[in-house]
Design a protein around this ligand. Structure first.
Ligand code: GLC
Length: 716
């Protein structure tokens, strides 16, 4: 941690200053005695108490108000004593450079320091995968890809890198991480989640340390249950028991609080029809009481407007939200009205002063801990880290580790010799590979940010004696190519605009490209750039290989590192992969048979299986429309085989309906069985037996062959 950056361990910082200023207490400029709250040698709680006692109602109301930069001047901050300003997604200064952002921040701070008590503002921004609003910033993989890495230590390093780039551009607060637990892939914010299980988001709260230990306030969001709404509807209704809410959606917030997260953002969604923005029990009793959260609670964008179901907000809604436990209210547009309502609600006794003081105490505590009273202006010393080679190398490593190999085929590709054809709408589109929340709220296709596209990564990976031909829709391919790489998937979206209540399949553009490539007989390797699993089971049988790339961000070369074997794929699915959209929501343990289970992911270091070193005994007991299959797989070779993956092809239209003692998935007519977490290894001479039930349309022909990790087995 560099001493030039703010850090939340302000006591250490204050101690350091005490050594400089001496036991008598600090003195201000020109030796004038300063007030206690201005003395960094005093404990934060003492400074807060002193400052609070000096604040008028207007000062306190202003501190609880967050306005949007687009309609806020420095003079507004002075006149209304505003406590915070934010940039909504894509809301940037006219000079949209890191220096321009820092200049804007300093201008607002000067407005704050022109108030009688000189309380600095906090500037909030959605730095959710790097400092994604500011041009030139490193764009890291979105959270769903980071969930696939299962690497909390790396995610902490990403938090540090993000904090450095945020600080270098002048901001001091990010509305991240989203610790939402995405339970329905139809949700447009699935990619902002680390995955479908609370333990993933819980593990990845290390990003909070990376951010806050390096001077940027973090936000755990959206409290609580935003990923569990019925139908995956964004800002919808989470209709589950409190027990399930506590088991699935609350643990990541508990972990964030234990890590000292400075703020928590409330969800737009409802819990059993009660809007979270007015939920006193969950905010005050559970979050602040039971979990012991001592930071401050901020609303979401105009979130209080939704409380009464009418447009805009009323004084009653203001009172409901603040009494429920909201400490700062994000009022992007009509913040002057909000200031008036909040003051009036206090004066009318609708909000007790104790609630106002508690909110201010929470907010001021974080401002003192950040060291804003001592160092209110942008720390431009870190501007050089923005988009730096070191940060991009970290992002590229995160891309490598986030890749999940779902079908191996001929991967890894050789780098030398022959011709490789690259196609697909996301092969040469850094905007698609970055996804939403990139320069703008929704993100956009095209050459939007600095970095490397997946295509440029492929070109850089192959040797001089290999040729790479690119055509977006596959025009020009023929059977002289040794492989075709199709980079397809989703175009950028954010929040509700990404909800998909209907199809979750590939779009017509991608399907046409894939059809063109497949018609030549060239092995087609599909790289899926998407914010969630897609409904691809019907097409998978015609693909040679499948790599889930998620939304890798600016360093697309990390995908090529895996395609060509510089990095063996290590990613594991953070979400269950559906067989069909009709299964949504589908989650591990819900009894449904997925295409690929949660935690699935192949690699290149599968133990080579010598031909003839495995034997399969396959038996069935049949009835009119179904059957039970039993498989005994024996390792007849000298070496352990781990992990193992046995596959076969049904030729009679059979379908697996459930399985036991192994993870059995089916894609078209191809069935793949892999070990359970406790049975991934097959020792020499060992036999693993597993079974499954299946349906058949009248006959149940025996599969012709079985292959283990791609190598044919003998059959008993
Ligand atoms: C948005 C999002 C939230 C974001 C906030 C500020 O509506 O719900 O995640 O932090 O507004 O942009």
């Amino acid at each position: 941690m560099s001493t030039t950056t703010r850090c939340l361990a302000a006591t250490a910082l204050a101690g350091a200053l005490t050594a400089v200023s001496g036991a008598a207490g600090a003195t201000g400029a020109a030796g004038a005695a300063v007030l206690p709250y201005q003395d960094p040698s005093l404990p934060v709680a003492t400074r807060v108490t002193d400052l609070l006692a000096r604040m008028s109602l207007d000062d306190k109301v202003g501190q609880m108000t967050q306005s949007e930069r687009g309609i806020t001047t420095a003079a507004d901050i002075t006149d209304f004593r505003l406590g915070s300003v934010l940039s909504g997604g894509g809301s940037a200064p006219s000079n949209n450079t890191p220096a321009g952002w820092a200049d804007m921040y300093d201008s607002y701070q000067r407005g704050a320091l022109a108030t009688p008590l000189q309380i600095p503002i906090l500037y909030g921004i959605d730095a959710v995968h790097g400092n994604n609003n500011v041009p030139g910033s490193t764009i890291f993989p979105h959270n769903i890809g980071l969930g696939a890495t299962r690497d909390p230590a790396m995610v902490e390093r990403i938090g540090q890198a993000t904090a450095e780039e945020v600080t270098g551009a002048g901001q001091d607060w990010t509305f991240a991480p989203c610790v939402c637990v995405a339970r329905n892939d139809r949700w447009g914010r699935t990619y902002e989640s680390y995955g479908e299980k609370p333990e993933l988001a819980t593990a990845m709260t290390t990003v909070i340390d990376g951010l806050q230990d390096n001077g940027v306030l973090a936000t755990a969001k959206h409290y609580v249950g935003d990923g569990g709404t019925t139908g995956g509807v964004d800002q919808g209704n989470t209709e589950i028991s409190e027990a399930e809410l506590r088991a699935v959606h609350l643990p990541p917030f508990r972990a964030a609080v234990e890590r000292g997260v400075g703020s928590v953002m409330v969800s737009f969604s409802s819990f059993n029809a009660a809007k979270l923005h007015g939920h006193r029990y969950l905010i005050t009793d559970v979050l602040k009481g039971e979990l012991g959260f001592t930071g401050f609670v901020v609303s979401d964008w105009a979130g209080i407007d939704q409380l009464d179901g009418q447009r805009g907000f009323t004084q009653a809604e203001v009172a409901t939200a603040v009494n429920a436990g909201l400490d700062m209210v994000m009022v992007p547009v009509d913040w002057k009205t909000f200031v008036g309502y909040l003051r009036a609600a206090v004066q009318a006794g609708q909000i007790p002063m104790s609630r106002i003081d508690d909110a201010n105490r929470r907010i001021l505590t974080k401002k003192f801990e950040l060291g804003l009273f001592e160092k209110p202006y942008a720390d431009r010393s870190l501007a050089a880290t923005i988009g730096s080679a070191g940060h991009r190398a970290l992002a590229r490593q995160a891309v490598r580790q986030s890749q999940v190999l779902l079908k191996k085929g001929i991967l890894p590709l050789a780098k030398s010799g022959g011709k490789i054809f690259v196609a697909g709408k996301s092969a040469d589109d850094i905007g698609n590979q970055s996804g939403g929340w990139t320069l703008s709220w929704q993100g956009s296709s095209g050459n939007t940010v600095a970095g490397t596209s997946i295509l440029s990564g492929i070109r850089a990976a192959v040797g001089s004696d290999a040729t790479v031909t690119y055509n977006r829709d596959g025009t020009g391919i023929d059977n002289t190519y040794r492989a075709a790489i199709a980079v397809v998937g989703e175009t950028p979206y954010a929040e509700g605009q990404g909800d998909r209540p209907g199809s979750l399949g590939l779009d017509a553009t991608d399907l046409a490209t894939l059809s063109r490539l497949r018609a030549t007989g060239v092995p087609v390797i599909v790289v899926l750039v998407s914010g969630r699993p897609l409904d691809i089971a019907a097409e998978l049988g015609g693909w040679n290989a499948l790599l889930a790339a998620w939304l890798p961000g600016s360093e697309g070369a990390g995908v090529a590192d895996v395609l060509f074997g510089d990095h063996a794929p290590t990613g594991k699915l953070p979400v269950t992969w559906m067989q069909s959209a009709a299964q949504q929501p589908i989650n591990d343990g819900d009894g449904q048979a997925p295409l690929f289970p949660y935690g699935f992911g192949l690699t290149y270091t599968e133990a080579p299986v010598d031909t003839g070193s495995c034997r399969v005994r396959y038996t069935t007991s049949d009835w009119s429309s179904g059957f039970t299959g039993t498989v005994a797989l024996t390792n007849t070779g000298p070496a352990a085989i781990t992990p193992w993956s046995l596959s076969w092809t049904f030729t009679g239209g059979q379908t697996v309906t459930q399985a036991w003692s192994a993870r059995v998935t089916q894609s078209g007519s191809v069935v793949t069985a892999t070990g359970e977490a406790w049975s991934t290894a097959l020792a020499p001479g060992a036999t693993i037996s597993f079974g499954f039930n299946g349906a058949h349309p009248g006959s149940n022909p025996r599969p012709g062959s079985f292959s283990l990790n791609g190598v044919p087995c003998a059959t008993a």
